[in-house]
Design a protein around this ligand. Structure first.
Ligand code: CU
Length: 292
């Protein structure tokens, strides 16, 4: 399954334009080693539904048009057929069991955070995200963490909604109206990254579609997920759990860079750590993260 998903992912990787594209109808194929799995499972489910839909509606329309009273059709009198009952019970059971078996396989690989090379703690607040770099390549990271919130320019556009053209807010030719943050979450590619996700006030949900998953951020509970990004780039997301007035204004921006570039970035951050540590720390409700 993973292999098949990987093939689909590889086929989609050649696309020149990033998701979402104009008139994109399907879900994104994503940029992580796992996201192809979610895409593949979705395709399987979609095609099973499509085939069943065509067969059922096809049979229904044939019955309605070919065997109508005005064409001389006479109703059969029988009311029960055990063979038919057995067939239309067995086939759906086989289909559902197969789908359940496949999606359980997908969930098992999704939940398996063992062997991760890095841990990032994500904390949701009304209405911003805090990122703490916990460890990298088996080494604990001290005091590298920051709050990431809606970029001032993006926010200004919202406040000046009367006059400003939202599409004028662009970075590298990309429309970033209400999608930019002041500090991006920098992550290395080709690294199994474990995310431990929680919240400091109400329930949020950390969602970057290109990763192929979203995870609830719940106060008092630490959820975990993982991603291994295969392609450098900027990936955008949103809070995906209605969390109050500014729920729609707490975007997520992930910048994936090569491991070498990440090392350099991390070293700079660690050097600046004392200043970071002096900044307002996470509220006392934030949980200490138990390292694996
Ligand atoms: Cu939220």
């Amino acid at each position: 399954m993973v292999a098949a998903g990987g093939v689909l992912l590889a086929l989609g990787a050649g696309a020149a334009q990033a998701d979402p594209r104009p008139w994109q109808l399907n879900m994104p194929q994503g940029v992580t080693t796992w996201s192809g799995e979610a895409y593949f499972l979705n395709q399987v489910g979609l095609w099973v539904c499509t085939v069943i839909g065509v067969l059922v509606f096809g049979a229904m329309f044939i019955a309605m048009f070919r065997f109508r009273k005005s064409r001389g059709a006479v109703a059969e009198k029988w009311a029960h057929n055990t063979t038919v009952e057995v067939i239309w019970t067995t086939i759906p059971v086989i289909i559902l069991a197969t789908l359940a078996w496949m999606s359980t396989g997908g969930l098992v690989t999704f939940a398996d955070t063992t062997g991760s090379q890095m841990t990032v703690k994500v904390t949701g607040y009304q209405w911003k995200w805090r990122y703490d770099y916990v460890d990298y390549q088996g080494k604990a990271i001290q005091n590298v963490g920051f709050v990431s919130k809606l970029d001032a320019q993006s926010d200004k556009t919202r406040q000046l909604h009367s006059g400003m053209d939202p599409y004028a807010v662009q970075v590298d030719g990309e429309h970033t109206y209400l999608l930019n943050v002041d500090r991006q979450l920098v992550l290395p590619t080709n690294t199994k990254i474990r995310f431990v996700i929680t919240a400091g006030d109400v329930i949020h949900s950390w969602w970057v579609p290109d990763f192929g998953w979203k995870m609830d951020a719940i106060p008092g509970i630490v959820n975990s997920a993982w991603a291994n990004i295969v392609k450098p780039g900027v990936y955008r997301g949103q809070c995906a759990e209605l969390c109050g007035q500014d729920h729609g204004f707490m975007p997520i921006v992930v910048k994936a860079v090569s491991p070498a570039e990440f090392q350099t970035w991390l070293a700079t951050q660690e050097k600046a750590a004392p200043a970071t540590a002096a900044a307002p720390a996470a509220p006392p409700t934030a949980l200490a993260v138990a390292r694996q």
